[in-house]
Design a protein around this ligand. Structure first.
Ligand SMILES: Nc1ncnc2c1ncn2[C@@H]1O[C@H](COP(=O)(O)OP(=O)(O)OP(=O)(O)O)[C@@H](O)[C@H]1O
Ligand SMILES: [Mg+2]
Length: 441
């Protein structure tokens, strides 16, 4: 696992300040949560209601301001074209490069019969077995609710992650989850979202092939794996990346997508500590029909990150992701998991503990003990907690949109970097060479 060492000077400069991607784009599972939450919600009726006008206006405004900043492929370009036809085109030029060709053959040519639909490849069992050396245990890189995750290599050397569904439970709810993941992953392309390469559906096997992200999960890094902790600058960059990715899901894709499981173990990191949001197994297409502002559905997600209003009403909106993002922000600055079972009762629910401290003007006590109390860190901490408190509002109406979160975080990042820079500038009044002074005297 690699990361920037906290002793490395100028480590924040690895990413150029103006990466031209402000909007190029923008949160541990309680193992029992999925089933208990699902049974909680099993009686929920599916219904759709209310007005979509504000949503469409929001979408238009967003598209008009950000389109240029998304990385594009043919698929994205095609989707832009259809948006343009609906009068939603951006005034900005859209950089177009074909990610399929840039993937050194990870994708077959566009005319290949292997293309089922854009963004998806149907892999054969032979290819999957070859890539994973027959699902070799040595290539296992993780395990989640869906099944085991393997690292694989395609013939052209491309690294991939292969998620193999547990057979024992395939015939039940996982089938729905598999289909959901395929649909969603197949339509999205964004630097801060784990890229979907394809899938295999053969007899009882269900396999998803995605981009391999080499540097572990955000949770691993907050736990200081290999003795290195992320500094606050890196954490801010990750928050911006996640906000951009989720903004994209909410507002840019052909159909709004609500992630539903934003959490630190679903944020994967690249070697340069860029964040990629993973695991769309719970995602489902959001709302974009006239007269619809929310969907009623089974409660899914991870305990500690779940929007209380969604839990109470079963009504899912993009603001449920905003709530989870607020939990993630608190996790980022405190280093604590959302539920800390080993702590005393009043500190067990991290957001409750942190928000109480914040309201009491004791934000400083929330900062991860692995981070120093510099002026830049303390100021950013206050601002991040302020945003988190807005995201964690009990009522979804008062929570900011994910686009707002991205903008606010971007400004926090900018101020943080400026303060960091001014802190590191020589203080001239204290810099005179004492020997020169003594010469003069
Ligand atoms: N694309 C990937 N690249 C590299 N490692 C991955 C990738 N996807 C998953 N992993 C690794 O596999 C582990 C398990 O991932 P998975 O998404 O199956 O479960 P989870 O997110 O931990 O929990 P759950 O999915 O049940 O909520 C991750 O924690 C990560 O370490
Ligand atoms: Mg996951």
């Amino acid at each position: 696992m690699q990361q920037r060492s906290s002793s490395q000077p100028g480590r924040h400069n690895k990413r150029p300040f103006d990466r031209g991607t402000f909007f190029a784009a923008t949160p541990n599972r309680w193992e029992t949560s999925r089933s208990s939450a699902a049974s909680l919600a099993s009686s929920a009726a599916t219904e759709r209601s209310a007005s979509s006008e504000p949503k469409r206006n929001l979408l238009k405004a967003f598209l008009n301001s950000i389109v240029a900043l998304f990385s594009s492929s043919k698929t994205a370009a095609a989707s832009l074209k259809s948006k343009a036809a609906r009068g939603l085109e951006s005034p900005y030029a859209t950089p177009v490069h074909d990610l399929r060709t840039s993937r050194k053959g990870a994708y077959p040519g566009r005319d290949s019969p292997r293309w089922k639909e854009p963004g998806m490849i149907q892999f054969t069992m032979g290819e999957i077995l070859k890539a994973t050396k027959n699902f070799s245990p040595t290539l296992k890189i993780g395990q989640g609710g869906f099944g085991i995750v393997y690292k694989g290599t395609l013939d052209d050397g491309s690294l991939i992650a292969i998620k193999r569904a547990k057979k024992a439970i395939y015939n039940s709810h996982l089938n729905v989850e598999f289909q959901s993941e395929i649909k969603v992953l197949g339509q999205i392309e964004h630097f801060n979202l784990v890229r979907f390469f394809g899938y295999l559906e053969e007899n009882e096997e269900r396999v998803i092939v995605v981009e391999y992200v080499p540097n572990g999960t955000l949770r691993d890094h907050l736990d200081g794996i290999q003795g290195n902790y992320l500094d606050l600058g890196a954490r801010l960059e990750i928050a911006v990346d996640v906000a951009h990715a989720v903004t994209y899901l909410h507002m840019y894709a052909d159909y709004p997508i609500i992630h539903r499981d934003i959490k630190s173990s679903n944020i994967l990191l690249t070697e340069n500590l860029r964040a990629k949001v993973a695991d769309f197994g719970f995602a489902r297409l959001g709302v974009n029909e006239a007269g619809v502002t929310h969907i009623s559905t089974q409660v899914k997600g991870t305990a500690g990150y779940l929007d209380p209003e969604y839990l109470r009403t079963f009504q899912l909106t993009d603001k449920s992701d905003v709530f989870s993002f607020g939990v993630l922000l608190v996790e980022l600055v405190s280093g604590r998991r959302p539920i800390e079972r080993k702590r005393e009762l009043k500190e067990r629910l991290t957001t409750k503990w942190a928000m109480k401290k914040f309201m009491q003007g004791k934000a400083i006590q929330i900062l991860d003990p692995n981070l120093p109390h510099t002026s830049a860190n303390n100021l950013a901490l206050e601002k991040i907690l302020e945003l988190a408190s807005q995201c964690l509002a009990p009522s979804r109406q008062t929570r900011p949109s994910m686009q707002n979160c991205a903008q606010i975080l971007w400004n926090i990042r900018k101020d943080y970097r400026e303060l960091l820079l001014s802190d590191s500038l020589p203080q001239f009044s204290h810099q005179r060479n004492p020997s020169i002074n003594s010469d003069k005297s």
